[in-house]
Design a protein around this ligand. Structure first.
Ligand code: GDP
Ligand code: GDP
Length: 472
């Protein structure tokens, strides 16, 4: 494994016509949440996109059917065909693997065949999930052999509703994509105990503090992303060059600022290049997710006139879930200032509506005038330093002792809960293993309390993770 724990993960797209069971299958797969992520209060989960884990391997899954625009499509066959094909095309552009979901009771249809043809020509890794095979071969179910006609190699009978065959499908996907294993918490060795430059499952090198900073600019449509990126690239003080992006169609810009290299990805620029994509929310959501995965720092633009709307909350929920370094950029501040809004008011509103990102610094910008735009780069550099930092074990344990002396963890069923020892086990996000007598008895409140004390003690504005391990 590498030291960077919040690494990119392959995207699996579920494609198929309405009512075959895509969303049921999505919920089955998304139910396998990453064990490493604590449930944060106030996080809005996206209904159609999720990070999850199968067999200790990290994947993302998207239900393309969840983004169907407009009226129900069943009533207009032409429109249905077009919609499903568009979704398939988008999935093909962004996903590492595509699962074509078909209905084992209805048998193959014209739409299934057409979409299969499109997918085959795209040369993506393809899997067919024949859903609603609840009993594994009664007369109500079409014989599996019918579906081999689609020409995708192995065909997987599943019952999303009864959770049958889903594991076999996921096994095949992670094997085909060679998704690396994410170590379980108990497998992470404290950094202190590793050999200098040790590699392999539990080793890895410390991050280079001067490595270029990958910065993704995200935010809902019209919030000012393109204007913001143009303002950044237009700054006379910067040296700018275009570099090939890491994903299809993306153009990243390399900026040198105060002797530091930044690679900036603009999600809006990509969207604009593709005409069909403009109409489809799926594309912008999935693109944003991919650039979040690939970035080390995410600058999420918010509109100064509306603090924390639903769309912002969903996007930020994913940033938080991925434990990415985050900067909240409150843009169009020129307009808000004219209305005499204050930064203090905005901070309070946002803290109320999006409490799970309270650790992130907030910067008030005007992409239009360029005001404070460069400050986002200064902030990114400061945050990366925190995220790549090495925390000395004695300092961590002094803190742990002081915290418990002042506020011991609440008793659980009348017995004391003790935290014995803390050591750093990873970077980006800084991750700490804590040995304790009863990991399951530590409340979410106490974990957040400890996290806040850590933030105060070390001046941290980036996400951090704790892994609680049992020691008797
Ligand atoms: P989508 O439109 O493709 O997302 O399909 P949904 O997930 O909304 O499912 C459509 C219908 O099929 C719903 O009534 C589900 O309850 C049903 N369904 C989904 N999976 C199964 C399954 O494995 N077996 C059976 N019998 N019904 C299922
Ligand atoms: P995107 O969809 O997020 O890329 O948003 P754009 O960059 O296309 O901006 C949407 C609109 O907001 C455009 O009309 C911009 O001129 C305007 N805009 C962007 N940033 C600012 C700002 O800081 N102040 C004001 N007043 N307008 C802005």
């Amino acid at each position: 494994m590498t030291e960077i724990l919040a690494a990119a993960r392959p995207l699996i797209a579920l494609v198929g016509r309405p009512n075959v069971g895509k969303s049921t299958l999505f919920n089955r797969i998304a139910g396998r949440r990453m064990a490493i992520v604590e449930d944060e209060p106030g996080v809005t989960r996206d209904r159609n996109y999720a990070d999850c884990e199968w067999d200790h391997r990290a994947i993302s899954v998207v239900d393309t059917g969840g983004f169907e625009p407009g009226a129900p499509a069943e009533h207009a066959p032409d429109r249905l065909m077009r919609q499903v094909r568009e979704q398939a095309q988008l999935a093909v552009d962004e996903a590492a693997a595509v699962v074509l979901v078909v209905d084992g009771r209805a048998g193959l249809t014209e739409v299934d065949r057409s979409v299969a043809g499109l997918l085959r020509r795209a040369g993506k890794r393809l899997f067919v999930a024949v859903n609603k095979m609840d009993s594994g071969g009664t007369e109500a179910e079409a014989p599996l052999s019918d579906f081999y006609e689609l020409g995708f190699g192995e065909v997987f009978p599943v019952s999303a509703e009864h959770d049958r065959g889903v594991g076999e499908l996921l096994d095949a996907i992670v094997a085909e994509l060679q998704v690396p294993r994410t170590p379980a918490p108990e497998e992470l060795t404290p950094l202190d105990e590793r050999e200098e430059g040790e590699e392999g499952e539990e080793g890895g090198r410390a991050p280079d503090p001067d490595a270029p900073i990958r910065l993704a600019i995200i935010g809902r449509p019209n919030v000012g992303k393109s204007t913001f990126v143009n303002a950044l690239l237009g700054e006379q003080r910067f040296v700018v060059s275009a570099v090939a992006g890491t994903t299809r169609d993306s153009i990243d810009s390399e900026i040198t600022y105060k002797d530091r290299k930044f690679v900036v990805t603009d999600t809006a620029g990509i969207r604009r290049k593709r005409s069909i994509a403009q109409k489809v929310e799926l594309y912008s959501v999935v693109r944003a997710m991919r650039s979040i995965d690939e970035a080390e720092v995410v600058a999420c633009l918010l509109d100064a006139s509306e603090a924390g709307v639903e769309q912002d909350a969903r996007l930020l929920g994913l940033v938080a879930e991925k434990s990415k370094v985050l900067i909240c950029v409150v843009n169009k501040w020129d307009l808000a200032e004219a209305e005499e809004a204050t930064q203090a008011w905005y901070r309070k509103e946002l803290a109320k509506r999006l409490p799970f990102i309270s650790f992130a610094p907030m910067i008030f910008t005007s992409a239009k005038t360029g005001k404070n735009v460069a400050k986002v780069l200064d902030t990114a550099a400061r945050l990366v330093q925190q995220s790549r930092a090495r925390f000395p074990t004695p300092a961590l344990n002094d803190l742990l002792e002081n915290v418990q002396r002042a506020h011991p963890a609440p008793l659980a069923r009348g017995k004391p809960v003790k935290l014995y020892y803390m050591a750093q086990v990873g970077y980006a996000p800084p991750t700490f293993a804590i040995q304790c007598n009863r990991p399951e008895a530590i409340s979410g409140d106490y974990k957040r309390f400890l996290e806040n004390r850590m933030r105060e003690a070390f001046g941290l504005e980036v996400p951090i993770r704790f892994l609680f391990k049992e020691r008797r």
